[in-house]
Ligand binder design. Sequence first.
Ligand code: LCV
Length: 271
Amino acid sequence: MLPPRRGNEVTIMALIRSELEDRIGTITFDNDTKRNALNSALIGEMMRALAAFKAQGARCVVLRARKGAKVWSAGHDISELPRSGRDPLAYNDTLEVAIRGVREFPAPVIAMIEGGVWGGAVELAICCDIPIGSPTATFAITPARIGVPYNPAGILRIMNEIDLSVAKEMFFTAKPIDATRAMAVGILNHLVPTEDLETFTYDMARTITELSPLAIEVMKEQVRLLANARPLSPETFERIQGLRRRVYDSHDYQEGIAAFEEKRKPQWTGR
Ligand code: LCV
């Protein structure tokens, strides 16, 4: 079956395109100039689209970039990271808002992935309920590239989704892994030839829309609540926050961001 016809509910915003057809909502990242970096403006549009889909009773959402994209998303907008003294990935950070938006949406969200997925966009993609990729999909977890202390919620979510030793390798090397390896380590549910990606994705979306929306909504929320159910003592949480403050208060944190913006290699000092 083909992807939904151009729906009668198409909304073109500045940085995304959203459309609803056959109870399937589609959000297309459309800011290739900045490689679909997850900045506050793009996430704001994405959250508005999700709210509209929820109000209109969408039974499945597809999150994608434009067809043939070389970069699905370059991750958090580095220019929006706080310069110093503030937690760069706090609870209300745009990336966290986007990830909660996907995890709390009352219907399955499918990530349809072509191209590179960088940094926090990897977490966004694996927090979608069903990640489906083409052979062009790559995944790189990059806090170490720019000296950012990834947040505990994000680390836990990634630990829940992929093998711990693979997660550590991705955090410690910041190197992209290809679609085949992403399939093997559990980042992707399906690896589909590029020419079949849309049809495969929307066939699955249609299957979901034909099942009980309430049963699916409640099962999705149960999975989210149970996956979060890991006791963490306040002392452990505070120790983690202290560790992270050491990083985002450091010289290296500022050096990482400056180096990216000046398009040069960072000079790490370990302080
Ligand atoms: C702002 C950007 C970005 C960008 N932000 O195109 O995971 S954490 O903890 O690190 C978290 C904080 C996070 O997610 O951080 C972001 C992690 N992302 C990355 O490290 C990827 C950074 N981007 C790149 O490595 C390259 O841009 C890729 C490989 C994605 C694409 O390379 P390509 O040669 O195709 P350019 O690098 O020329 O980028 C095109 C424009 O997009 C901007 C970049 O600054 C450039 O803007 P100008 O044309 O104004 O120079 N851009 C790319 N990524 N994450 N801006």
